[in-house]
Design a binder for this molecule. Structure first.
Ligand code: URA
Length: 433
């Protein structure tokens, strides 16, 4: 087999065979296929697509390019949830403990933030001592005993994706549904959970800009999951504006803790409840959404979900006192009030801009090598559809530096106001299975 012939085939819009796709992934892993040839095939896939058979073959080849985690030693149903990424998305920190308190096992591998999107690991590392690196056996033991562990993806999980993703990043070949679907699903499948819930986000702050594109990505991923025998469902959720109120790291941990005390923002709490309902149905813990919802609310009311979060943090060497008293989490030097310069209804609160503004304060990374300031970020006081008067506080900015005129201008540029009432959007637009 010659790789140049495989590139030519995709250039000519022909279907690649399973063997050809396997040849490509093998060549990436053993280094026999140079980056320039892989880049060329990637661009041909962006332009000419892949059908569901090719996408499943690519996912399977990537999944087996490294370690495949065996969670069979863990009792019970192992449930995973994955978000395609967004701003203010601290879902795993609240939802994971809630479903674990209902009896599911959450053995989760999470990522770090890049660009305007945050990462669960960075948020958890706001907690003093918290370790995302645990040996395989300790990870499984923790999930067995405490019901939940959230760790970093090991270097040996889907190495082909690491190479391909780095190439896609610099060759303008990220936005293609077969490539995104296979990249996400290969990692989810290799992580070994029995059920997978995908939170596919759409809007300004997401990869997919429209609901239709998000649905198409969700369908592609569900098809892969089914093909490979895993119960895979998806919800399509709004990322036009940030999720919840907090955008940062320590302040998002605080918001997750508040949510587990029943004092979280409405949109975030609702997303956790609806996601939890689906996960509990997938795991067969409850037969109806209503029963599942009741149980999830119970975990907040009786403190069992907060207890799970504390157990997880303690097991991973984190300072639990910081959860019991969130004022002990890293604090920024200044907390500045950003006051509205207009009166009206908020029509738009751009998630991409807000995520980028938080990153510029130091809450995120512009490049992989950047370090993070856990104490900084933005807490929104008003969101889309809310009415504000001139002089009302739109948001609090947690910062360790003076704000520059450019930052302030971009902050106000992220808002659009209307003089007429603006409808509230649902947080979840659709659920697919
Ligand atoms: N997240 C991934 O893991 N891969 C992609 O291709 C896009 C988002």
């Amino acid at each position: 087999m010659r790789f140049v012939d495989i590139i030519a085939k995709k250039r000519d819009r022909l279907e690649l065979t399973k063997e050809e796709i396997q040849f490509w992934i093998n060549g990436i892993v053993d280094g026999s296929i140079p980056d320039y040839q892989s880049s060329s095939l990637l661009m041909a896939i962006v332009l000419n697509g892949m059908n569901s058979k090719e996408t499943a073959a690519l996912t399977e080849a990537m999944m087996y390019s490294g370690d495949v985690i065996d969670l069979s030693g863990i009792e019970g149903i192992k449930a995973d949830k994955h978000s395609t990424g967004g701003v203010g998305d601290k879902t795993s920190l609240a939802l994971g403990p809630m479903v674990a308190a209902c009896g599911l096992k959450v053995a989760k591998m999470s990522g770090r933030g890049l660009g305007h999107t945050g990462g669960t690991l960075d948020k958890l590392e706001s907690i003093e001592g918290f370790s995302c690196e645990i040996e395989d056996e300790d990870f499984k033991k923790q999930v067995n005993e405490c019901g939940i562990a959230i760790i970093g993806q090991t270097a040996k999980l889907v190495p082909a994706d690491k190479t391909l993703y780095a190439l896609r990043d610099v060759t303008a070949t990220v936005p293609a549904i077969p490539l995104i679907a296979s990249s996400i699903m290969s990692k989810k499948l290799a992580s070994g959970s029995d059920t997978i819930l995908l939170d596919v986000k759409f809007g300004e702050g997401a990869f997919m800009k429209t609901v239709d594109d998000a649905r198409e990505l969700a369908r592609a991923m569900i098809a892969i999951g089914k093909e490979l025998g895993r119960d895979t469902r998806a919800m399509i959720s709004d990322m036009n504006q940030p999720l919840g109120n907090a955008i940062g790291n320590a302040i998002e941990v605080k918001e997750a803790v508040d949510t587990l005390h029943g004092k979280g923002p409405e949109d975030f709490t609702e997303l956790c409840l609806q996601a939890g309902e689906i996960m509990l149905l997938q795991g067969g813990v409850y037969a109806t959404k209503e029963e599942a919802r009741k149980a999830l609310i119970q975990t907040i009311e009786d403190g069992s979900a907060f207890g799970k979060l504390k157990d997880m943090v303690a097991s991973q060497a984190g300072n639990v006192a910081m959860l019991e008293d969130t004022s002990l989490l890293p604090q920024a030097k200044y907390v500045l009030e950003m006051k509205s310069v207009q009166t009206g209804y908020i029509q738009n609160l751009n998630a991409l801009e807000m995520g980028t503004l938080a990153m510029r304060l130091g809450a995120g990374r512009a490049t992989k090598a950047d370090s993070i300031d856990h104490s900084v970020g933005i807490v929104l006081n008003a969101k889309k559809s809310d009415h504000v008067n001139m002089g009302d506080v739109l948001a609090l900015v947690y910062t360790n530096q003076e704000l520059t005129p450019e930052w302030i201008e971009d902050f106000y540029g992220a808002y659009k106001f209307s003089t007429v009432v603006v409808e509230r959007d649902p947080i979840i637009f659709d659920v697919l299975q």
